[in-house]
Design a protein around this ligand. Structure first.
Ligand SMILES: C[S@@+](CC[C@H](N)C(=O)[O-])C[C@H]1O[C@@H](n2cnc3c(N)ncnc32)[C@H](O)[C@@H]1O
Ligand SMILES: [Zn+2]
Ligand SMILES: [Zn+2]
Length: 415
């Protein structure tokens, strides 16, 4: 940090010692161009400015313009006169950057994108991250923090209740399951996670009997709309049950001020297609397939369940022209419905693929048919549960954080 900026930064209204400690976990280099999303009053923007120096730049974006006057006037009064980098602030939704005029033509120009103390507010974090990637230079860093599952325990309990009762919520926490779920979320968006740091704070404990107060507080804080008293009573009863389950020792519920700070890098080169090999159990059907990173869908439809004998069939899409059958004497196909054809081995019964007649260019390969040795984790971009409307009544869909669709991925989410 240039000498003259230290005292200035500490004068910024939101830069307490604790906040500075948190921000010191972020990485900026002199000359970096930084895009600070959800910048609020610019605490991170100004911290970044002090690190990137006059040869860098900082662009702040926030959906609300509540704090901009403060950030702008602070910049004008203090920073501009002291050789800080150029800084600008824009009011816009960080989930829709493509419509922000100020960023037009700025694709691949940022060295660092940050979203501090607000990432958990995003409804579709993976989609947002995939979009931000376009603005990062190859090799650039995405840096953000999210509350640990222990920090947000009351909100998580509330979310479970609302999900069970089909009550709409303004936020989604179900993708924060643990450190791995975050790493996977970023990996699926096409980033390579370099570091996950834990920032630890204080711990608090709540008694089991405090459930009612917690419920009332959360309902107000998270602006949950309960349409009538009957729904309210149901939600309350469920909250009590879930609150009890959240007590690790059966007596108290632990809440801690802990957050994950993630640093993830955009790969320097885009990933090309990967050669997969696969086939059936008896090896009378064998294929090779050239597959680019693409989503895996878990289809819970009744046909998939009957044909697999399991709760769902997992598919990855491959271009039809890139799938070559090397052994196919035993390959047969079956059409359970008019719209689609399914390939299987007539000797051992293994399912191999599914193909929709109206999408002849794509073939859905059964994940289980792919040889383990040929699988490459880089192919893993995204997952989704589909056709949950036909899900097995005995199957509990795990809290894996993946999008859940009643039918196909372009329809609304359920559960
Ligand atoms: C708790 S504040 C954090 C501000 C600042 N980044 C910091 O670390 O001090 C969260 C900010 O995220 C903003 N925010 C939430 N959702 C957003 C979105 N979709 N697009 C842009 N900003 C958003 C809010 O308006 C708020 O200013
Ligand atoms: Zn076979
Ligand atoms: Zn299906």
């Amino acid at each position: 940090m240039p000498d003259n900026l230290g005292p200035l930064l500490s004068e910024h209204p939101a830069t307490s010692a604790l906040e500075l400690k948190f921000r010191s976990l972020l990485e900026f280099k002199p000359g970096d161009n930084v895009l600070d999303l959800g910048c609020g009053n610019g605490t991170t923007s100004f911290y970044a400015a002090s690190k990137v120096g006059p040869t860098g730049s900082v662009t702040g974006v926030d959906i609300s313009d509540r704090f901009f006057p403060e950030a702008r006037s602070w910049y004008e009064q203090k920073a501009e006169k002291n050789d800080w980098p150029p800084m600008e602030f824009h009011q816009h939704d960080a989930c829709d950057l493509s419509s922000l005029e100020a960023l037009r033509g700025k694709e691949e120009t940022f060295d660092v994108i940050t979203f501090t103390r607000g990432f958990g507010m995003l409804k579709e974090p993976q989609k947002a991250v995939s979009q931000w990637l376009a603005y990062l230079k190859p090799g650039g860093l995405l840096e953000f923090d999210v509350g640990h599952q222990r920090e947000t325990i009351a909100a998580i309990v509330l979310e479970r209740v609302c999900r069970k009762l089909d009550i709409p919520l303004d936020f989604r926490m179900d993708w924060i399951v643990n450190e791995n779920s975050l790493v996977r979320l970023l990996g699926c968006a096409g980033l390579i996670v370099e570091e996950v740091k834990l920032e630890e704070g204080e711990e608090r404990y709540y008694g089991l009997e405090e459930w009612e107060q917690m419920f009332e507080d959360r309902i107000v804080e998270d602006r949950v709309q309960l349409k009538d008293d009957e729904l309210r009573q149901k939600a309350k009863a469920l909250f009590k049950e879930e609150w009890k389950k959240a007590a690790e020792d059966g007596v108290r519920v632990r809440e801690s001020d802990v957050c994950y700070v993630l640093l993830a890098r955009k790969p320097t080169e885009p990933l090309g297609p990967i050669e997969l090999a696969g086939g059936c159990r008896c090896r009378k059907v064998r294929y090779t397939a050239s597959v680019s990173p693409s989503p895996i869908s878990y289809c819970h439809c009744q046909t998939c369940r009957k044909l697999s004998g399991g709760p769902y069939m997992p598919f990855i899409d491959a271009p039809s022209s890139a799938v070559k059958f090397e052994e196919s004497a035993a390959l047969r196909s079956y059409s359970a419905t008019e719209g689609a054809e399914r390939g299987f081995c007539s000797e051992c019964g293994s399912p191999i693929f599914m193909k929709y007649h109206n999408e002849p260019d794509t073939i859905g390969l059964l994940m289980g048919s792919i040889d383990d040795e040929s699988w490459d984790e880089k192919l893993h971009t995204q997952e989704a549960h589909i056709y949950l409307r036909e899900k097995a009544p005995w199957f509990k869909v795990p809290d894996d954080g993946w999008p859940r669709h009643a039918t196909t991925t372009d329809k609304g989410e359920v559960e």
